[in-house]
Design a binder for this molecule. Structure first.
Ligand SMILES: [Fe+2]
Length: 274
């Protein structure tokens, strides 16, 4: 398989698994700044909202940087004053690695099931318009709310459960993921919404040094799921996927555009987050 990251500056620590888990952060020392942020409802399925801290040009919106004029890659995000003003700790945490920041936002995720998460798995398009020879863009996930039973689902192969890792997301859990390589989604049993700071970073010496300082590990032990439960969820997700493909085929719509009306509300933007 061709490795698209090979044409870019990438970090060796991601080579093995495509993700790293780093030291947890003591979330209890910080106020719940996300409660004061302005969330944007655009293109949302109703299950997810976003609060931009850095957007393409500093506006209160969450569109991909390539959808702006002038279009740009997911680097050089511009801080959004109204949200930055109420979330100085979140901004400071995003800036801590010292690497270039693209999109930076807090996601609000409503409860879902394991089958939902399997269906929602996707790979991001972080490196669209990213010039070859520059740093490969990866994404950091800093969990804000305490969700010990919530899992970031990662798969090297979407249809092969044996490639799955589940990263637990208690308060302060931190992972940095090549989300353009790994299929991913979050399984959040609830009952309350989950909040997480998501930041796009450019790979390079700054990010590499920070990951080393935070004791990045490229593999974690994963508690097994009940096999019958897992098989049932897998089948449910596969069926939903094939039903959606059939609905798109019947409508004549171009599946590349991921029509939210046919997907149960999974717009492209929602699918680009976790
Ligand atoms: Fe994503």
């Amino acid at each position: 398989m061709t490795d698209p990251a090979a044409e870019y500056i990438s970090l060796p620590v991601f080579a093995e698994s495509g993700y790293v888990v780093i030291d947890s952060y003591d979330q209890s020392q910080d106020p719940d700044e996300w409660a004061d942020l302005t969330f944007v409802d655009w293109k949302s399925s109703g299950d997810t909202r976003f609060a931009p801290l850095a957007s393409a040009y500093g506006d209160m919106e969450c569109d991909g940087f390539w959808n702006h004029d002038p279009a740009k890659t997911d680097k050089d995000g511009v801080w959004v004053p109204a949200n930055v003003d109420v979330a100085p700790r979140l901004v400071a945490r995003a800036q801590e690695p010292g690497a270039n920041i693209g999109r930076c936002r807090v996601i609000e995720l409503q409860p879902n099931t394991y089958a939902d998460a399997l269906y929602n798995m996707h790979r991001d398009d972080n490196n669209r318009l990213n010039p070859e020879g520059t740093g490969w863009i990866v994404r950091a996930f800093f969990n804000l709310t305490d969700n010990p039973d919530t899992m970031m689902i990662l798969r090297e192969d979407r249809d092969d459960p044996s490639t799955e890792t589940r990263v637990p997301l208690p308060a302060g859990a931190q992972a940095v993921i090549d989300t353009q390589r790994l299929w991913h989604a979050v399984w959040h049993p609830g009952p309350d919404p989950r909040y997480c700071l998501i930041t796009s970073y450019t790979s390079g010496p700054e990010l590499g040094a920070w990951l080393e300082e935070k004791n990045a590990v490229p593999r974690i032990d994963v508690a097994p799921l009940d096999p019958a439960f897992a098989a049932e969820a897998e089948a449910a997700a596969q069926k939903k996927r094939s039903d959606r493909a059939a609905a798109i085929a019947a409508s004549g719509a171009d599946p590349a555009f991921g029509d939210g009306s046919l997907s149960g509300g999974s717009s492209m933007e929602v699918m680009s987050e976790a």
